[in-house]
Design a protein around this ligand. Sequence first.
Ligand code: PGA
Length: 248
Amino acid sequence: MNLIVKESYDELSRYVAGEIAALLRGNPQAVLCLPTGNTPVGTYQELVRLHKEGRVSFAQCTVFNLDEYYPIDPSDPNSYRSFMRKNLFDHVDIRPGSANIPNGEAKDADEECRLYEQKIRNSGGIDLALLGIGRNGHIGFNEPDRELLLETHVVTLTESTLQANCEPFGSIEAMPKQALTMGLGTIMSAKRIIVIASGASKKFAVEKMLSSRITTDVPATLLQLHPDVTLVIDKAVGVSSEGTRWTR
Ligand code: PGA
């Protein structure tokens, strides 16, 4: 695993956008896994800027988003579909049919998960997964638990996730109580993974990711088993690389 510490959130965003743009220039048909959340917003802004300058095109790539609330109307302003449209998809040249997000209004959630997993496999597999990380070390909606599921699945949101995410909905009662998320196996099947973290609230999760121990209590620790993971953090996280890179 590589650890890269950037001076600021803006530098982190520029670096990660640069990595994605370089991948797409080398392989325009690349398959990307992308996250929602606050952390990737700067990366998406930078990608939009690069696209407007003619330095990156999404015209031939395929995106699979990590997760979506369930049930939710994709046009609901709080859906992850709306988030991706607002922050990236509506501002770049990605083909609508190539911007995949689990369908929050599918009649049969389990079937939707099975189809999503199948679609990822049929695409040839994920070339690069960009991931945020929760304060508790969750990845997507794979929350700390005794057991974790490998494939895309339905999760019932925990009280702490409902609390953390309810604000835009106005109340917990108004929120979807479930979500559809890629599993750790889906994520680990990506050829390359970049995890981004910004700010002191992520210190616990980042330290666990660098701990040389794995536990389902902190799902992100399992990423240490992947052969090509880069953890890109800003200085505000409070974890130093001491001028060295964690390389394994
Ligand atoms: P954040 O979310 O980027 O908003 O901190 C990350 C996550 O919870 O996965």
